[in-house]
Ligand binder design. Structure first.
Ligand code: GAP
Length: 465
């Protein structure tokens, strides 16, 4: 099961400390979100699994962590200064601004809206009688291109010479370090460079919680190869990414692939597909795969005047600019997808409804909760001893909860998706053999609700199985 409305997940995220509205005590800052104690664990686990799968488990991919601020020439070379823009329209009645193509999506469909030219947007809004979401009137200005890059100034003088941009994609940090990686790693083609990091876009209409924000994280790979090998690599990456999302619990019925129409392609791409997820408000892009050819390397070679060619190790006379396939994941959208997918409401035999986040155990923010049955001193001491043993002997992330009835504590752990709870009772300390044998504890499974009694000496092995 998955969430049927975004509100279910937004409310759980706030209530349980996954995601908070940004700058909340000052009344917030529109569309900014802060990851709380559980959210940061979930997000780190998504990033860790991604890094393990696409970097550590492969001999052909290395990592990188480049600066957010880069020489402004990077963005001239990459085409972002000239072309990274969305069509913006103003409502003539209330002066609110919107992304024209987005306003049309519901009426004419995402694909048709994505291929509209700038001059088609306003006439189409008028013809389709699209009302302003703010005041309800239909009176639109001509669409204008709005560049999405955030600008700031480096140093103490705020003039044109000091202008820098916050990077709108992590990819360019990879391209500008291509030569450094070649000379230090001496990789053979095909090989990839991976990076996780923040990107910034001054989106005209952000929204849907963390789906579209102005500050977000990307997980990107630039996979370099000999020209002519792109078609096979494209198919291979499509499958790898499709499998990765499913291996971590996304139902394939809520995933689909959307091929970009020729008119919709970004300035750098000759082919792009998106993997889309069926969000509660409709299908939305989760991941993009693009064939960037040698666009970026040849642009950077031209603008920097550095030789960025790869030399064939078997034939040093053979020098060329590799072509690149780019798998680009939105980290926040991926986290949001795992949250929506995990959200489950289950009716219990007694008629109660339990909310349970059925995260894949590799992603759950807490691995295990330690729950002494009561606050009585000998139970707490034993529970702390067991807690210390788990911390010393494993890398598991643990929660220790003594507040409220055991039933309520189980519900609280279900709601944050903790796969296993360990209960320490009077049997454990040898004071009530009806509860269980001395030196044994109960392990309760989040999904099956099964409870099994385990000797403390076998607990570590039982948690790992
Ligand atoms: N380097 C290629 C690139 O940046 P993109 O399709 O613009 O391609 C890649 O972005 C991914 O980044 C998207 O599939 C999406 O998951 C994520 N993303 C893009 N804009 C975003 C935003 N405003 N908020 C959150 N995630 C975003």
């Amino acid at each position: 099961m998955a969430a049927t409305s975004l509100d279910q997940v937004v409310s759980l995220c706030k209530r349980r400390g996954f995601i908070f509205p940004g700058s909340e005590i000052y009344g917030g800052l529109a569309n900014t979100w802060d990851y709380g104690p559980l959210g940061v664990e979930l997000k780190n686990r998504v990033k860790r699994d991604w890094w393990r799968t696409f970097v550590h488990k492969r001999a052909d991919i290395v990592g990188l962590d480049a600066s957010i601020l880069m020489n402004p020439k990077v963005w001239e070379a990459s085409g972002h200064v000239g072309s990274f823009a969305d069509p913006m329209v103003d409502c003539k009645e209330c002066n609110e601004r919107f992304r024209g193509d987005h306003l049309l999506e519901e009426k004419i469909g995402t694909e048709a809206a994505a291929v509209l030219t700038l001059t088609q947007v306003q006439p189409m809004l008028m013809a389709e009688k699209i009302p302003c979401p703010s005041c309800g009137k239909c009176n639109w200005t001509e669409a204008k291109q709005f560049n999405l890059m955030f600008k700031t100034h480096q140093g103490v003088v705020e003039d044109e010479a000091a202008l820098v941009y916050l990077r709108p994609e992590t990819a360019q940090g990879i391209f500008v370090n291509f030569k450094n990686v070649l000379s230090t790693e001496r990789p053979h083609l095909p090989f990839g460079i991976a990076q996780i990091g923040k990107a910034f876009r001054n989106e005209i209409t952000p929204g849907n919680f963390t789906f579209r924000t102005r500050e977000f994280e990307q997980m990107e790979i630039e996979y370099f190869m000999e020209p002519g090998k792109e078609a096979a690599a494209f198919e291979e990456w499509k499958q790898l990414v499709w499998n990765w999302y499913q291996s971590l619990g996304i139902d394939k019925d809520r995933l689909r692939i959307r091929e970009h129409d020729k008119d919709e392609l970004s300035h750098y791409s000759s082919r792009t597909i998106d993997i889309e997820y069926q969000f509660p408000w409709g299908w939305g892009e989760l991941f993009g795969l693009a064939n960037r050819g040698d666009f970026d390397l040849s642009q950077h070679q031209k603008f920097s005047k550095e030789d960025l060619q790869y030399t064939d190790p078997d034939d040093p006379k053979k020098k060329f600019l590799p072509h690149v396939i780019e798998p680009s994941f939105g980290c926040d959208r991926t986290v949001l997808t795992f949250l929506l997918e995990a959200y489950t409401e289950e009716e219990l035999e007694n008629g109660d409804v339990r909310t349970v986040m059925k995260f894949d155990p590799r992603l759950a923010p807490m691995d295990v909760a330690i729950l002494p049955l009561s606050r009585k001193e000998p139970l707490i001491a034993k529970a702390q001893e067991i807690h210390r043993m788990i911390l010393d002997q494993t890398n598991l992330v643990t929660d220790f909860d003594v507040t409220g009835s055991i039933g309520k504590r189980y519900r609280r752990q279900d709601e944050i998706g903790t796969p296993q709870c360990i209960t320490i009772d009077f049997g454990t300390i040898g004071e009530d053999d009806k509860q269980g044998a001395k030196d044994t504890v109960t392990i309760r499974d989040r999904d099956t609700l099964e409870q099994k009694r385990v000797p403390i000496g076998e607990l570590i092995a039982a948690l790992a199985s």
